[in-house]
Design a protein around this ligand. Structure first.
Ligand code: TYD
Length: 130
């Protein structure tokens, strides 16, 4: 998978300013933001899908490798720039691997946290999508 969205970046001698607007650059209303820090290379995360949730993920610092699995196709991508955003739709199994220790992974979501929206069992995910 390629990065789905390249965010606008205003660059000058003072540094870079990258921005995103809901329903313009990010194709949904943002109801929640969370970020993951303190990561370790050998401690992958994710290993779940969502039934309805839409998310947008990017690294504002460091990098990680993102696996997106539709049940029939697997795509790897590297998140390594704050302007590179991966869109993760519903019924997509995701895993994040090979985090750098300085990684700050930011995730935008179109709904509040709801554990009942998670599918945490891969066999259950496969049964649902096939
Ligand atoms: P989880 O989504 O499983 O993290 P990851 O996929 O990165 O491994 O979430 C880890 C824990 O945090 C889990 O107990 C649920 C909780 N959590 C919230 O309470 N609110 C949130 O917005 C998120 C994303 C997770």
């Amino acid at each position: 998978m390629n990065i789905d969205i390249e965010l606008p970046c205003i660059s000058d001698s003072r540094g870079r300013l990258i921005f995103a607007e809901a329903e313009r650059h990010i194709p949904f209303q943002i109801k929640r933001l969370y970020f993951v820090t303190g990561t370790k290379a050998n401690k992958p995360r994710g290993f779940h899908a969502h039934k309805k949730l839409h998310q947008a993920a990017f690294c504002v610092q460091g990098s990680c490798r993102l696996l997106l699995d539709s049940g029939t196709q697997k795509h790897w991508t590297t998140l390594s720039s704050p302007s590179q955003v991966a869109l993760i739709g519903p019924l997509t199994w995701r895993e994040m691997h090979d985090f750098t220790e300085d990684c700050i992974l930011v995730v935008l979501a179109d709904d509040y946290y709801d554990e009942s929206d998670y599918i945490r069992d891969y066999d259950e995910f496969i049964a649902l999508v096939r």
